[in-house]
Design a protein around this ligand. Structure first.
Ligand code: ATP
Length: 275
């Protein structure tokens, strides 16, 4: 059987300082992943084991992927990224190929340790077992079993940390989140005022703005926007400035204000209740 699943080994270049704000999430992640690697003896002394896996959950565009990449960059870990739905695309062609892909991901991660396996959209991979009503033999079931096998470690996971991300923590099979598996669960919240100010500051450094542009004020006007939307607002402000005058040298505050007005919020209050 042809093996078609390409596993990309990356060394991302995202530093903690590239992520605006979100200080709590950053420090919890450092504790969970960096500390055990840097100070294994301290964990042994305290009689606790480091987590094998961390689940990052929260609304879209709020830095889950950036966090995983920064962890890898800052701790010098190899980074293997897999999207949940990709594992299933294989199924239509070859029976058993999806499970094999999961096995292969872990094999590569062990070979590249210390490493992080980043499972984005993990919900796609772990719909609650039996939910398609065929008594536990569906591909989803077999993929989940394979994933649990890997985590439970017939071969131990040494210096391999699984970081999973989802917008839908409610549909993840609870077996995956049991102690000893992906048992550190962190909410990645939408950026608060201080975080939005930092994201604006990071962006303003890169683009040509007039001195009047005020990150604090922009942060105040963007309550409820995701980090991705704050970044998009800065791009849009530049376009607004060019629309006014294609020879414009600087983006002014009014362009940002217009950009904010034109940007729709993707995160709704109903969506947040859900977390
Ligand atoms: P999804 O659930 O949609 O996959 P995500 O939570 O993984 O989203 P990211 O991919 O990390 O979100 O973020 C998307 C983009 O938004 C980033 O590439 C970055 O440009 C911007 N962004 C989001 N949050 C921040 C932040 N705190 N600081 C700087 N940039 C941010």
């Amino acid at each position: 059987v042809l093996y078609r699943f390409k596993i990309m080994l990356e060394v991302p270049k995202v530093y903690w300082s590239d992520i605006g704000g979100q200080a709590d999430v950053k420090s919890k992640l450092k504790e969970s992943v960096e500390w055990p690697l840097k100070h294994p003896e301290a964990f042994a002394r305290m009689g606790i084991r480091p987590p094998k896996g961390v689940l990052l959950y929260g609304p879209p565009g709020c830095s889950k992927t950036l966090m995983a990449k920064a962890l890898a960059t800052e701790a010098g870990l190899n980074f293997i990224a897999v999207k949940g739905p990709e594992i299933f695309q294989l199924f239509s062609k070859w029976v058993g190929e999806s499970e094999r892909a999961v096995r292969e991901v872990f094999r590569k991660a062990r070979a590249a340790s210390p490493s992080i396996i980043f499972f984005d959209e993990i919900d796609a991979l772990t719909v609650k077992r039996g939910s398609d009503g065929d008594g536990g033999t569906s591909v989803a079931d077999r993929v989940l079993s394979q994933l649990l096998n890997e985590l439970d470690g017939i071969e131990p996971l040494v210096n391999v940390t699984v970081v999973a991300a989802t917008n839908r923590p409610d549909i993840i099979d609870s077996a995956l989140l049991r102690p000893g598996r992906i048992d550190r669960i962190l909410y990645v919240n939408p950026p608060d005022l201080a975080s939005r100010r930092e994201i604006f500051r990071l962006q303003l450094r890169r683009i040509q703005c007039s001195d009047e542009v005020n990150a604090e004020e922009l942060a105040l006007k963007t309550d409820g926007y995701s980090g991705a939307e704050v970044v998009a607002i800065c791009q849009e402000a530049a376009l607004q400035a060019m629309e006014d005058d294609i020879d414009a040298q600087f983006i002014r505050q009014e362009h940002f204000v217009r950009a904010i007005r034109s940007m729709k919020k993707r995160i709704t209050p109903e969506m947040l209740q859900f977390y």
